[in-house]
Design a protein around this ligand. Structure first.
Ligand code: PFF
Length: 456
């Protein structure tokens, strides 16, 4: 059979796919979001549920997304439509692709704002203002930043321009080299932070907080948030991994790459948590301060270690980079669809999408100052109005629902033979296990969790 290639191009190698998909998965979700939602939801039990969701739901769905993408070789909307038709099913499955794009659109709008905070922190770190900073000092510097919409808008604009330029050029060129160097560097910096966390005297307390499950501390809403986050962190349910799968050359083992990506992603999240919570406890902060958590803790660490200004600056540079490689994957499915269906030039499609998501980002910017309001979700008080609404709507509902649809699609819409074929042609034990999981276990887990939430 001649090799099938997407009209948008193809990764040069297996390594390139792994790097790009890991670049998509590892981002603000691991370093910024995981610690703060673990903190808000009581730690250990939340982390355990999150890990179970990664293993039992996340990895099988990631395999499904990659295989659907590679089979269809188009943007998610068109891939789902074509494959459904091929199996004699309704082309309305394309709605799943469209909902994913909607979710990605909303996510990238606030992702750009938070990445903007990280950009702002590069400058603050480099200026040396955190040397010897106290917890109150770090908190007040953070509050000063988020209460200043004009400044946030400037940083958000810079990040959205960076994203748009990279997507306009095509996702591949340049990415491979950059990811190869910068990802390991991020890893090393996390290890340095971990060593610092070890010197705070509260390391054990941090470890206990993260790994000692106290099921009394987690609400049903917290379970839903843990499940939603397993999708967010692996970039599932919006078509991003499906899109990247469509650029994956034939003959590469989908199971192996999916497991590798999930492992690296989880490791980065756990390392961040381990670096952050000892600082939280050592400085007498509470774990549930919300989205400002890393911005209020890590500067304290960098303010105390030798060469901290340098390492801190580098850390935020790398965090921005991690966010960048994630945000391009959020935008890519919509851009590819505009190219396929509307005949747009790639750069024009990228610019339009960039401008629209930039505009929506203003809602998030204002959510941290004049438009902020409080509401309660899953037993937690949320302080940041529409930002929290958009986050809950996407991570907690749209992504898991998208993931469920993807599992059903691979498990029940596509023919078994085409799925076997895409996963390497062997109908052995591991295939059967995976197939059973996505046909029965994943849907049952969703139903159980959602029913639990609706009728607690
Ligand atoms: N996985 C990214 C992170 O953890 O920061 C966020 C993300 C990227 C979510 C791409 C969804 C997506 F399609």
């Amino acid at each position: 059979m001649s090799e099938r290639i997407s009209m948008h191009g193809q990764w040069s190698s297996r390594l390139m796919f792994i790097l790009a998909a890991t670049g998509s998965a590892v981002g603000l979700g691991n370093i910024w979001k995981f610690p703060y939602i673990a903190g808000e939801n009581g730690g250990g039990a939340f982390v355990l549920i999150y890990l179970l969701c990664i293993a039992l739901i996340g990895i099988p769905i990631m395999m499904s997304e990659v295989l659907i993408g590679r089979r269809g070789r188009q943007s998610p909307i068109n891939t789902l439509c074509t494959l459904a038709r091929e199996s004699g099913k309704a082309s309305s499955w394309r709605v799943v692709g469209a909902l994913g794009i909607l979710a990605a659109f909303i996510i990238v709008s606030y992702y750009g704002v938070i990445a903007g905070w990280a950009l702002a922190y590069i400058v603050r770190m480099a200026s040396g203002i955190f040397t010897g900073v106290t917890a109150e000092g770090a908190a007040s510097i953070f509050r000063g930043l988020v209460a200043d919409p004009e400044r946030l808008l400037a940083w958000h604009t810079i990040f959205m321009v960076m994203t748009t330029v990279l997507v306009a050029r095509g996702v591949r060129p340049g990415l491979e080299q950059a990811i190869k160097v910068l990802m390991p560097a991020l890893f090393v910096l996390l290890l340095i932070l971990l060593v610092f966390a070890g010197t705070t005297g509260k390391f054990e307390e941090g470890v206990r907080f993260l790994f000692n499950p106290d099921f009394g501390a987690i609400s049903v809403g917290g379970i839903l948030i843990a499940m939603g986050h397993s999708f967010f962190t692996l970039s599932l349910g919006v078509g991003a991994i499906m899109m990247y799968g469509s650029y994956l050359p034939d003959g590469i083992s989908i199971a192996k790459v999916s497991i590798a990506i999930a492992l690296v992603d989880t490791l980065v999240a756990l390392l961040s948590g381990l670096a952050i919570f000892p600082i939280v406890f050592a400085t007498g902060m509470t774990a549930d301060v919300g989205p400002g958590l890393i911005f209020q803790t890590l500067p304290i660490a960098f303010g105390q270690i030798p060469g901290g200004d340098f390492f801190g600056t580098l850390f935020f540079v790398l965090l921005v980079f991690a966010a960048w490689t994630s945000s391009i994957s959020l935008v890519e499915p919509l851009v590819a669809w505009l190219v396929e269906n509307k005949g747009f030039e790639r750069s024009r499609a990228a610019t339009r999408v960039g401008v629209c998501t930039w505009l929506l980002g203003i809602v998030t910017i204002m959510s941290f100052s004049s438009w902020s309001f409080q509401f309660s979700f899953g037993g937690e008080t949320k302080n940041n109005g529409l930002f929290d609404v958009m986050d809950i709507m996407t991570s907690t509902f749209l992504l898991p629902l998208g993931g469920l649809a993807i599992a059903l699609f691979a498990g029940r819409v596509m023919s078994r033979s085409s799925v076997v074929d895409e996963l390497g042609g062997k109908d052995g034990f591991s295939f059967k296990l995976w197939y059973f999981v996505i046909r029965y276990i994943t849907p049952a887990a969703f139903v159980a969790i959602f029913i639990n939430r609706l009728f607690p």
